[in-house]
Design a protein around this ligand. Structure first.
Ligand code: 3PG
Length: 248
């Protein structure tokens, strides 16, 4: 009935350096820009002609969207930004290397911080410059509402109102919709769409820059989902994301 496309941003500088990123506003790498263009080409070849796109307020997602839309000759469509599509806030882990953190705290702790549904990372302290209070991107967030750290459950809770109030009605209205967001904000959406359990979501890893197509029925329940591209390369990219939390 409907097709919805989810796209995680291309490789960022901190993906390359294997650092916890969260709300840190890092750039794409050259490889990330290539991934974004390739995603646009794949979507064009698969016949997608989007009417509207939703993205976060973080530049790695915004630039991915621009590059993909350019390949689709669709730069002119409506684009909506919301912090509710931002990456999960990684709290005091933001900036730390994932493998070094695993060496220091143990891989099991890093898996819990990265993938458990309800274990938040350590929070940012008051006055920490990483809080980004005062950044114009977050003008509609009162200082007390700023996340200090989020577990996936928190991300689901701040994302779902945007889904229900803004994105879902657009899809129901028949608009071809693209969402360009982040590993964990997309995991939040997939958990909701596929009704995954808190245990099952632990094993879900979303690779950078590979379009994920959801076919939805009239109630927006998924009837199928699949990545576009070469299956072996996709499996390798997914395994690569899972491995980022291993001690070096
Ligand atoms: C980050 O914020 O560090 C990444 O974009 C997602 O990280 P994760 O795969 O470790 O959750």
């Amino acid at each position: 009935m409907y097709k919805l496309v989810l796209l995680r941003h291309g490789e960022s500088v901190w993906n390359l350096e294997n650092r916890f990123t969260g709300w840190t506003n890092v750039e794409l790498t050259e490889q990330g820009r290539t991934e974004a263009r390739r995603a646009g080409q794949q979507l064009r070849e698969a016949g997608f002609a989007f009417d509207i796109a939703y993205t976060s307020v973080l530049k790695r997602a915004n630039h991915t969207l621009w590059l993909a839309l350019a390949e689709l000759d669709r730069e002119w469509i409506q684009v909506e930004h919301s912090w509710r599509l931002n990456e999960r806030h990684y709290g005091a882990l933001q900036g730390l290397n994932k493998a070094e953190t695993a060496a220091e705290y143990g891989e099991a702790q890093v898996i819990a911080w990265r993938r458990s549904y309800d274990v938040p990372p350590p929070p940012l302290a008051d006055g920490d410059e990483r809080l980004a209070i005062g950044d114009a991107r977050y003008a509609d967030l009162a200082p007390g509402e700023f996340p200090r750290a989020e577990c996936l459950k928190d991300t689901v809770e701040r994302f779902l109102p945007y889904w229900h109030d803004t994105i879902a009605p657009t899809i129901r209205a028949g608009k071809s919709t693209l969402i360009v967001a982040h590993g964990n904000s997309l995991r939040a959406l997939v958990k909701y769409l596929d009704d995954l359990s808190d245990e099952a979501i632990v094993d879900l890893n979303i690779p950078t820059g590979i379009p994920l197509v959801y076919e939805l029925d009239a109630e927006l329940k998924p009837t199928a989902h699949y990545y576009l591209g070469d299956e072996a390369a996709i499996a390798e990219a997914i395994a690569g994301v899972a491995k980022q939390g291993r001690a070096a």
